[in-house]
Design a protein around this ligand. Structure first.
Ligand SMILES: Cc1cc2nc3c(=O)[nH]c(=O)nc-3n(C[C@H](O)[C@H](O)[C@H](O)COP(=O)(O)O)c2cc1C
Length: 302
């Protein structure tokens, strides 16, 4: 049997398949369901210091039968409220990564302080494509990303990952800025900026007009981003985007990721998806004669 456990900048997971931020909603009970169904770690919905309402419906539309465009608008009850609810679920069976966002660098430090005792690591969301002021604008600027990382690192002793946007000219520049400021890893990628228009009425389908594409259609983009980051960064990369099965996970890890996150696939495969991806990856490793996930990281690099 291949060794599946991984270490990500100080965070240990029993297997490299994590729940991606936001896809299962905001409640700790849904994180627990992912954990009970084989996820090696779970990421919370992105949380801010203050509650945020988000966009009116519709916020999610399926595209091409294998993906979604969403513009949820980072709705969340606020970090303190989430922490209170999470208390009822601790100790948690797998590591929890707290996804946080803000409107200025200091907000990340404040949100991290609130959650410091409740989570095992942080994921800094600097990459939501659909929210003005808190989304891709800040994630496109390497200086601001560096400042955000320094603020978060000053507030926590836990590992800090930065979730990167593919909607930038050079993802490596942003990844290097995060690493240079002390990030313990990066997550690639958040959703790809996108739009859906109703073919009968010629109007945008989402209330926010534009949103972020996820699922199968973005896997090739995610693989390219992970590959480029893997050639440039020393910190671990967590691959995210279109992972539906063990082969997808293998492709992501071979491209340079040390672990993967699963999001949209849950909506097609249900909660069983986490165990399916773990077992499928294990089978693929054995087929390749590899004894551990670690041996697979970056083998696609030439
Ligand atoms: C409905 C929905 C909500 C999401 N909410 C968040 C969020 O709160 N924070 C975040 O960083 N990413 C969020 N994402 C992006 C996912 O975490 C992930 O990066 C993206 O969906 C690509 O992975 P996938 O193809 O496996 O879905 C969301 C995606 C969807 C579909």
């Amino acid at each position: 049997m291949a060794i599946l456990d991984v270490e990500l900048g100080g965070l240990r997971l029993a297997n490299p398949v994590m729940l991606a931020a936001g896809v299962l909603g905001v409640s700790p009970s849904s994180l627990l369901r992912a954990a009970s169904n084989g996820a090696g770690g779970v990421v919370t919905k992105s949380l801010s210091v203050e509650p945020r309402e988000g966009y009116p419906n519709p916020v999610l539309v399926e595209v091409e039968g294998c993906g979604f465009v969403n513009a949820v608008g980072l709705s969340n009850p606020g970090a303190s409220c989430f922490r209170e609810e999470l208390r009822n679920y601790l100790p948690f069976p797998v590591p929890i990564v707290g996804s946080i966002f803000g409107y200025k660098p200091e907000d990340y430090g404040r949100a991290a302080s609130i959650l410091e005792d409740s989570v095992d690591a942080f994921e800094l969301n600097v990459s939501c494509p659909s929210v003005s002021g808190a989304g891709a604008e800040i994630g496109r600027n390497p200086e601001i990303v560096g400042e955000i990382v320094r603020n978060a690192k000053a507030a926590t002793g836990k590992p800090v990952f930065v979730k990167l946007s593919p909607n930038v000219a050079d993802i490596v520049e942003i990844g290097l800025a995060a690493e240079g400021a002390g990030a313990d890893g990066v997550v690639a990628i958040n959703t790809v900026s996108a739009m859906v228009v109703d073919g009968d009425f010629g109007r945008p389908v989402l209330a926010a007009s534009k949103g972020g594409l996820s699922g199968k259609p973005i896997k090739a983009v995610a693989l390219r981003c992970v590959y480029e980051l893997g050639n440039a960064l020393k910190v671990p990369i967590i691959g995210c985007g279109g992972v539906f099965d063990g082969k997808d996970a293998l492709e992501m890890i071979a491209s340079g990721a040390s672990a993967v996150q699963v999001g949209s696939a849950f909506r097609y495969r249900g909660l069983g998806v986490f165990r399916e991806v773990v077992e499928g990856l294990e089978r693929q490793l054995e087929k390749m004669g590899l004894r551990s996930v670690k041996q697979l990281v970056g083998v696609a690099r030439v």
